[in-house]
Design a protein around this ligand. Structure first.
Ligand code: PLP
Length: 432
């Protein structure tokens, strides 16, 4: 879909100040297609030309309550009266930490400003704690923009080799190849391969970092028992299990993926929904490990870590999470998943609609079971993108990249769901 004249003009200005006119490579959709936002409220977003969209991107997931949520905004306004950054402990940090502990069961937390920072710090903590350097990660899992894990994130297939002996591929230029020596990457959901790699390398492996479900590859779910198997191997070989809950935390359940899948990690990274989109992230974990952070022990810090703006926003957000916001999210997502699945089935289009209702993915694939990045890679994402571009025209905006789940907020209404199901049916008819 081509952007309107005002978006286009604004985008030209943007290109004058930012490479590709965006602050992130993931946001560039093409010179004629990249929209510029005017504003957003609740479940809706307006572009510069005044076109309204029901938003299912939600800023890549954080906006769990809805855009410009009144209770969050009010709390932030109130908090701003006391100042916004002290680089000293403040009351909101404590309150948010207490709520995170209550909801997730972690013993201690430290704050950061983005998911990238949180996973970067968590990896360092795991390395320090174990005295080992290597990180085992899974293909198609994304953990942020630092060099440590930007390997086999979305590797070209067959460039990444045969699945049982993958070739390590950096996500792009500028990532030192020497860092790759510290990475072991394998496909998700393969217990046998995981066991083999762990047995071969355990003395070097500090942590296994895992997205509990593939929040960056169409919400592909873990096979039954797979996360528990990671837990078991980590216990057996003294490896830190590091769950990356940046997308799943405070979204798929109050206690995140640890609750949803009933598996306890050693360290957990949170972000996104924690602050309803205000830039707060956290590393949580067991006291035995987190308690080793400190001067002359394990380094961690940051000027803005725990600042008043972000922590006050999280304080209000977690109150809403604790008092039932996720019920609305689940209900809306469940209705959409059912409706979209029925349309695809009725028209005989081979597809899977998968994941938790708060962040589900759709893959156009003939396969009965979609369990790893390579299954997504061989799926028909071009057709998916065409369907989504038709949805854009009809004022519905999930991400057009089928790796991005449909994110649901507590502000999406039942009538939104009815409209979206109707629009999806039309879009599918028009494209396929
Ligand atoms: C699972 C996961 N980890 C880490 C990150 C990085 O978070 P941020 O973009 O806040 O740095 C993301 C971002 O999408 C993510 O999905």
């Amino acid at each position: 879909m081509k952007s309107g004249p005002k978006s286009k003009a604004m985008f030209q200005r943007a290109k004058g100040v930012m490479p590709c006119g965006t602050s992130s490579n993931f946001r560039y959709w093409g010179d004629d297609e990249t929209l510029v936002v005017k504003r957003a409220k609740g479940a809706y977003l307006w572009d510069q030309d005044g076109k309204k969209y029901i938003d299912y991107r939600l800023g890549f997931g954080p906006v769990i309550l809805g855009h410009a949520c009144t209770s969050v905004i009010e709390k932030v306004k109130e908090a701003l009266e006391i100042g916004n950054v002290f680089a000293m402990t403040n009351e909101y940090e404590i309150s948010v930490g207490e709520k995170i502990k209550k909801l997730t069961g972690v013993d201690l937390v430290r704050y950061a400003n983005s998911g990238t920072e949180a996973t970067m710090h968590a990896i360092r903590i795991a390395r320090a704690y174990t005295g080992r350097n290597k990180v085992l990660k899974f293909e198609g899992h994304y953990h942020g923009f630092h060099d440590y894990t930007l390997w086999n994130t979305y590797p070209p297939i067959p460039g990444a080799g045969y699945r049982r002996s993958p070739v390590l591929v950096a996500h792009g230029s500028g990532i030192p190849s020497i860092v790759g020596q510290l990475i072991i990457s394998i496909p998700f959901n393969d217990e046998e391969l995981l066991e083999k790699k762990v047995k071969e390398n355990w003395g070097d492996i500090a942590c296994i970092i895992v997205e509990p479900l593939m929040g960056n590859t169409a919400s592909i779910m873990p096979r039954k028992g797979f996360l528990g198997y990671i837990r078991k191997l980590c216990d057996q070989y003294g490896i830190v299990m590091l769950m990356d809950e940046i997308k799943t935390g405070f979204r798929i359940a109050k206690g995140g993926a640890q609750e949803y899948f009933n598996v306890k990690a050693d360290l957990v990274a949170y972000g996104k929904a924690l602050g309803n989109g205000f830039p707060l992230a956290a590393i949580g974990g067991k006291k035995e490990i987190m308690g080793e952070i400190g001067p002359l022990m394990i380094p961690h810090g940051g000027t803005y870590a725990g600042n008043v703006v972000a922590t006050s926003a999280a304080d209000a957000t977690l109150d809403e999470i604790m008092t039932g916001a996720l019920d609305k999210v689940k209900q809306h997502g469940g209705k959409l998943m059912k409706g979209l699945r029925e349309i695809l089935q009725k028209r005989g289009i081979p597809a899977v609609v998968q994941g938790p209702s708060s962040m589900f993915g759709i893959i156009f694939s003939e396969k009965d079971e979609v369990i790893e990045y390579r299954d997504w890679s061989s799926s028909d994402h071009d057709t998916y993108e065409k369907v989504i571009l038709k949805l854009f025209e009809k004022g519905v905006m999930p991400d057009k990249d089928s790796r991005e789940p449909w994110f649901i907020s507590a502000s999406h209404s039942d009538s939104d769901a009815d409209y979206v199901i109707g629009a999806f049916e039309e879009a599918v008819r028009e494209v396929i």
